[in-house]
Design a protein around this ligand. Structure first.
Ligand SMILES: Cc1cc2nc3c(=O)[nH]c(=O)nc-3n(C[C@H](O)[C@H](O)[C@H](O)COP(=O)(O)OP(=O)(O)OC[C@H]3O[C@@H](n4cnc5c(N)ncnc54)[C@H](O)[C@@H]3O)c2cc1C
Length: 401
């Protein structure tokens, strides 16, 4: 390829940013471009495994790997730093490790918790947005079990989960697996543990057909989970959630509260671009930001339109990785002076785990449940590791062995 050497700057090393870089390093030679990747931490984390860290079914180290392990350091400079500002006019990005110029920018700064202004939620509830927050939830749950045994109280141990969406249900699926073991370790009767899921909408898991939702709900109910659907949480405090039932406010007491009902794109997006809604910016068909031919936004910071339904695709790891592959391809085309290609999403389906041995899913239009779904989930999780890090990483970090 012969063209002027460009500076490509990629922000964020989640599924979107890291997949972009690992593709670019294969597609471009050192003479073609300077590639720099900036990420807060020195490691990549599997965000789709955070509920497992939070419930204690995996150690947090199992869901992370060093970024240097998957990048070609001959072609990519990795800078561990926090991005603090994006200046589109001067084509510069400010970070805690200095200012970086770019010719082409890929913004892949991912998601944060969204509490929709519910009073006290951000201060009092745990969220599952990165390994630190997931670990904090787990440590508090474990501390409460240890304290309970020592206190000789006759009160139950209560955990409240806000939200019966994908993350809330997957988290409950892990909890019903880890809590019996925690009870055994501390000599606590499992019947003394209250697990309650509170959901404002009348229905949980809206992306799945009714029979699969029923299956998941029954699976969790059989293991002691109580559901309060159609019950909005109006506040959170040191004692638990305040909910509204038939117009009356009620305090639900709990030793741990976890909020899983909302995510948004990175707040830096609202500060850096116009027309951003909840941290997500609408992108053109070729994944560039309107008005900026040299800026791509991908993953959870992007609203990518589903042409058929006239609304954006839900933000997922699956689409983030496809957006990344497409962005790498379009960057290569742009460097050659060729026309960019429009993105088209290949939705392969979704699997919601219920712990490590069960689950529900819609894959290639077919329904699956039980052990088959659990196995499929392990395949999906391992595939993400393989796609970014290749076979060696899939062997050491994947879930197939
Ligand atoms: C518990 C859970 C389960 C999920 N399960 C599934 C699933 O089964 N299937 C699925 O497809 N999706 C799932 N998702 C959604 C999926 O995890 C996200 O859609 C995906 O992580 C988005 O990828 P991303 O690369 O855009 O962002 P992220 O994964 O959020 O990565 C963003 C990266 O940017 C870094 N960063 C953020 N801010 C800064 C900054 N200022 N400076 C420097 N670096 C920064 C972060 O540290 C991170 O490394 C799940 C999410 C959760 C929470």
């Amino acid at each position: 390829m012969s063209f002027e050497r460009k500076k490509i700057l990629v922000l964020g090393a989640g599924y979107a940013g890291l997949q972009t870089v690992t593709k670019l390093q294969k597609m471009l030679s050192h003479q073609d471009a300077d590639i720099t990747l900036i990420n807060k931490d020195e490691y990549h984390y599997e965000a789709t495994w955070l509920h497992e860290t939070a419930a204690g079914t995996i150690d947090w180290e199992e869901g992370v790997y060093p970024i240097n392990k998957v990048i070609d350091t001959q072609k990519v400079v990795f800078v561990p730093a926090e991005v603090t500002a994006i200046d589109k006019e001067s084509q510069q990005v400010e970070t805690t490790q200095g200012t970086f110029d770019y010719d082409i920018l890929v913004v892949a700064l991912g998601f944060e918790s969204e509490t929709f202004g519910i009073e006290g939620m951000a201060e009092h509830a745990h969220s599952l947005v990165n390994p630190q927050t997931a670990l904090a939830a787990r440590q508090e749950i474990e501390r409460n079990f240890a304290k309970y045994k020592q206190s000789n109280e006759d009160k139950d141990i209560s955990i409240l989960v806000g939200g019966a969406g994908f993350t809330g249900i997957e988290f409950l699926g892990e909890l019903v697996e880890s809590i019996p073991e925690l009870c055994e370790r501390h000599g606590i009767d499992y019947n003394k543990v209250n697990l309650t899921c509170v959901e404002a909408a009348p229905k949980m898991l809206p992306m799945f057909p009714e029979n699969l939702v029923e299956y998941a709900m029954q699976y969790l109910k059989d293991r002691g989970v109580k559901f309060m659907v159609g019950t909005p949480i109006v506040a959170a405090n040191e004692n638990g959630f305040v909910v509204e039932v038939e117009g009356e406010k009620q305090q639900l007491e709990a030793s741990s509260i976890v909020w899983t009902a909302g995510v948004r794109g990175n707040r830096l997006m609202d500060e850096s671009f116009e027309g951003v809604k909840r941290g997500r910016i609408m992108v053109n068909a070729d994944l560039r930001v309107e008005g900026y031919d040299n800026i791509y936004a991908i993953g959870d910071v992007a609203a990518v339109m589903n042409g058929e339904e006239s609304r954006p695709w839900p933000t997922t790891a699956q689409i983030a990785m496809q957006l990344a592959e497409h962005t790498a391809k379009n960057i290569q085309l742009s460097l050659k002076g060729d026309k960019l290609e429009p993105f088209s999403y290949n939705d392969r389906g979704t699997v919601c785990s219920l712990g490590s041995k069960d689950g529900i899913g819609l894959v290639m239009g077919r329904q699956i449940k039980g052990r088959k779904a659990a196995l499929m989930k392990r395949v999906i999780d391992s595939r993400a590791v393989f796609k970014i890090g290749g076979p060696m990483l899939a062997v050491s970090k994947g879930k197939m062995l």
